[in-house]
Design a protein around this ligand. Structure first.
Ligand code: H79
Length: 488
């Protein structure tokens, strides 16, 4: 009897779900929790992402029109927050859509830029906190197709370009903060009466239908990147209005920022690299190339290519992914300083990509004085990649603690694979003899092949998740804190 009841419940809810989808209405909540995924299933689902290591974040929206300046004043902070930071009234901000005509946008070029940099996936803002949809949405006219002179759907064009060029595409969607639609959340509170409204109605009529649209109308979606759950705003109940939509994309990977107590698939340190990664959790550091995600005309604090590359290597050595941001202009162009740097990263990746893709984190539990390490373990054989940032002046690279014998060693930049001499240290470790000049000014890779399980004598590592949580000031709202992770 009970069994039959559950079965009928499931059936009717999935029928309702189907009907609701056709009418673009909110779905019924799932009747029963999805059966837990096995570890093997999860590993299979995460495989491409774990191997990819490097992706492009794209923050593009109406904020690229004011580009950091409102009423003649430069507004402090990240560019995509200008509406909030400048307390711009909803209808005033909406006027920027009239000037948003990115006729120079070329999806194929953007995708080619990402690919040439060695990036394996792209995550683009489908709707940021300002509430403006960068796709042709039926759920709200406040979207790039209906509300701008552009009259094109960039997400459709990007999806097509990504398919053609064989790179994965994911969408960022701000599910809680929405400073345009009534009932959406706003960090610091609403500043315009037009923002007031019923939160459940906002979820039902805007967030859920739009998430359904982006997961239904653009082919395969590899990643859904939520942002700022706004604490209690994204309750378990509200998160569970969104969750059933994820089933539209089997295999989708989603981050830890939905809210409602859901941890998702990935940790998302923002603008920083954890000291030792996360134990038993996939993670991805997202970072800007200058000081803003969304385009700001006067932000020229560009990180040098050296910093970007060493970040990528550092992150790979800790087992994470690097989601590196570009903020295109309102004309549809990726700023030239970004393109330049991405080209240089790509040149390095052409030679050294083998030491990044498909690797796992360093086998060394202590920092290496000269750089970083990554590894590939294949049964009883292992390959170590030693990333040398500071080339030893005496030509001798000390590799501490390792007990295995080195079968062979060579420079990855040397196509002849001329063997490097490896001397055993005492009691453990190696000294590798290097040529006088570094093959790469930023980071040179030494490949060392090893037999047998890796055996390294070093004190254990302390993972991010094992650290004592920092003391939080009492009752401080999460959104006021400096740590962006608190906004997950
Ligand atoms: O999309 C990017 C950011 O807009 C978003 N996450 C990345 C990927 C993000 N949302 N919130 N935060 C980051 C933290 C925000 C911090 C600040 Fe502010 C925004 C500091 C200054 C402006 C809000 C307003 C907190 C302090 C003042």
């Amino acid at each position: 009897m009970l069994k039959r009841f559950i079965w009928v419940g499931l059936l009717s809810s999935s029928l309702l779900g189907g009907m609701a989808a056709a009418k673009d209405e909110a779905p019924q909540p799932a009747a029963a929790p999805a059966p837990a995924e096995t570890k093997a299933e999860r590993d299979a689902r995460m495989k491409w992402w774990r191997e990819a290591k490097f992706g492009m974040f794209i923050h593009w929206g109406v904020y690229s029109v004011p580009a950091g300046t409102y009423n003649g004043k430069q507004i402090n902070g990240i560019g995509e927050w200008i509406m909030n930071r400048g307390k711009i009234p909803v209808d005033v901000y909406a006027k920027y859509t009239e000037q948003f005509n990115p006729v120079k946008f070329n999806a194929d070029e953007w995708v080619a830029t990402a690919k040439a940099a060695g990036m394996k996936y792209i995550v683009i803002t489908s709707k940021h906190h300002d509430g403006f949809a960068m796709f042709h949405s039926k759920a709200s006219k406040y979207n790039i197709y209906d509300a701008t002179p552009f009259k094109r759907d960039p997400l459709a064009e990007l999806a097509e370009a990504c398919r053609k060029q064989d790179i994965r595409l994911g969408f960022y969607y701000s599910q809680a903060q929405d400073w345009h639609h009534p009932g959406g959340a706003a960090s610091g509170g609403h500043w315009d009466k037009a923002q007031d409204g019923d939160a459940d109605a906002y979820l039902k009529n805007i967030a859920v239908p739009q998430i359904r649209e982006i997961l239904s109308n653009y082919g395969k979606v590899a990643v859904l990147w939520f942002d700022t759950s706004m604490g209690a705003y994204m309750s378990k109940e509200r998160a569970e209005m969104i969750l059933p939509e994820l089933k539209r994309q089997p295999g989708i990977i989603w981050n830890n920022r939905l809210g409602g107590g859901y941890r998702g698939d990935t940790e998302t340190p923002e603008q920083h690299i954890p000291t030792a990664g996360y134990k038993d959790r996939d993670w991805e550091t997202c970072m800007t190339m200058n000081g803003t995600w969304g385009y700001k005309s006067y932000d020229d604090k560009w990180k040098p290519t050296e910093a970007l590359l060493q970040n990528l290597i550092d992150i790979a050595s800790k087992g994470g992914n690097y989601l590196l941001n570009v903020g295109p202009t309102s004309e549809g162009l990726i700023p030239a300083p970004s393109v330049e740097r991405l080209k240089e990263v790509g040149t390095w990746m052409k030679v050294n990509g083998e030491s990044i893709y498909e690797t796992t984190g360093t086998p060394f539990s202590q920092p290496l004085p000269w750089g970083r390490a990554t590894k590939k373990v294949n049964g009883d054989e292992a390959t170590l990649y030693l990333h040398v940032f500071s080339w030893p002046k005496d030509g001798k690279l000390a590799v501490p603690g390792i007990k295995n014998a080195a079968e062979s060693a060579y420079l990855l930049a040397d196509s002849a694979k001329k063997p490097l001499k490896v001397e055993k240290g005492s009691p453990h470790g190696w000294t590798i003899e290097l040529p006088g000049a570094a093959p790469d000014a930023i980071s040179s890779t030494i490949v060392v092949k090893v037999k047998g399980p890796l055996d390294i004598d070093q004190p254990p590592v302390q993972y991010e998740s094992e650290k004592k949580p920092a003391k939080k000031p009492a009752k401080k709202p999460a959104t006021k804190g400096k740590g962006v992770d608190s906004l997950k």
